[in-house]
Design a protein around this ligand. Structure first.
Ligand SMILES: C[S@@+](CC[C@H](N)C(=O)[O-])C[C@H]1O[C@@H](n2cnc3c(N)ncnc32)[C@H](O)[C@@H]1O
Length: 362
């Protein structure tokens, strides 16, 4: 320790505050270290194999999942220390409580969070690229990340789309559901693996859907997913960027969690305006954020600012203009971008803890 630091250490440190912070950091380090075990549990189906909540020992869990018992015993001990499973010392068995099963095992639950761990895996894996970008100021494109980012993003956001998109978000837009029921033209721009496009196509069979993304790998995965979901007859997925996707006179254009990732969101807004019918609607779903940084210093802001540093800001800086809105720009800033693209009516239609839904009309 340098003499200046040693002096600070002895003279100004408040022992109570230091102990509290070190205690908090031990919790954070435990979360980081155990996060990778969640990823393994998810990949190997360990949580799903315990989803019935019945007590189970390492031998039986290893047998059920085709894994090695010694590894499973250590994994279960770590899960118990994390409070993710319970441990009964007498029977030496472990159980996954229903609340934990909802978070780790049930892909259809409204609080399924396993996808976050794929995203975390991608940001740790790609950290050298971002560290270098801090020095050069250059961007790192969405397409330059490891593949688990694309799957993780789909799994994380799909939870919200499953539970809010058709039942709450679309009905919050003026007159859109009636058009979709009658048969509308819809573009889903920056569609990624197409989870949102497929959900809408399933709900509104008379409408025609076009999913666009500049990342070819995502479009290939989206086509495959549409095929599996049995809706490829009413969805076309194409590689196209937000400023040059084909103008087909859409009734609804959707941007799900991607406007802030774009280098030129004002240019994208101007293109959306040209591709919409005169009475069309642009739905912009963005990560939830308050307008002021000081109002986002909470657990969700912590996740989003971190993801924004590693993913969204570099993605935008890799494209033309490089506006780098960030994932916590807030509704006022995003609505200003939309207005500068030529939209005259912009409002916040609804929100959830993770998302805000904006409606823009030409
Ligand atoms: C955070 S992901 C969201 C994906 C998808 N909408 C979802 O909600 O799961 C952002 C997406 O925007 C796409 N993207 C970024 N810049 C783009 C651009 N200029 N034009 C089209 N797509 C873009 C990325 O390839 C990526 O699929």
């Amino acid at each position: 320790m340098s003499s200046a630091l040693a002096e600070v250490a002895t003279s100004t440190l408040d022992e109570g505050k230091l102990n509290a912070f070190v205690g908090r950091m031990l919790g954070d380090v435990g979360s980081i270290m155990s996060g990778v075990l969640v990823l393994i549990g998810d990949k190997l189906g360990l949580y799903k194999a315990m989803a019935d909540g019945r007590p189970i020992g390492p031998y039986e869990l290893a047998r059920r999942t085709g894994t090695n018992e010694r590894y499973i015993r250590e994994w279960l001990a770590a899960q118990a220390a994390s409070g993710y499973v319970t441990y009964d010392a007498e029977s030496k068995k472990y159980a996954l409580p229903p609340e934990q099963a909802a978070v780790f095992a049930d892909e259809g639950s409204p609080v399924f969070l396993a996808g976050c761990f794929d995203i975390a895996s991608a940001v740790w894996h790609d950290e050298p690229k971002i560290t270098e970008a801090f020095k050069t100021g250059r961007g790192v494109g969405w397409h330059e990340h490891s593949a688990c980012l694309f799957c993780g993003t789909e799994r994380f956001f799909r939870t919200s789309y499953n539970h809010h998109l058709v039942g709450e978000w679309l009905p919050a837009l003026d007159g859109v559901v009636a058009k979709l029921e009658r048969g509308a033209m819809v573009a889903d721009v920056g569609c990624g693996h197409g989870a949102s496009t497929i959900l809408m196509a399933q709900a509104f069979p008379k409408s025609r859907f076009y999913g666009y993304d500049y990342h070819e790998g995502s479009i290939i995965a989206a086509r495959d997913a549409a095929e599996k979901a049995g809706v490829s007859d009413r969805i076309t997925f194409e590689v196209a960027a937000a400023k040059d996707y084909p103008a087909k006179g859409y009734d609804l254009v959707c941007f799900f969690d991607c406007l802030h990732d774009m280098g030129d969101p004002v240019g994208a807004a101007a293109h959306v305006r040209q591709t919409l019918k005169a009475d069309g609607t642009w739905m912009v779903v963005e990560p939830f954020a308050n307008d002021r940084l000081e109002d986002n210093l909470n657990p969700i802001g912590r996740i989003y600012y971190s993801a924004s540093t590693m993913l969204c800001t570099p993605a935008s800086m890799a494209q033309e203009v490089g506006l780098a809105l960030g994932a916590q720009a807030g509704a006022t800033r995003v609505m200003d971008v939309i207005s500068r693209g030529g939209f005259t009516e912009v409002r916040k239609a609804t929100e959830t803890p993770f998302n805000m839904v904006l409606e823009a009309r030409p």
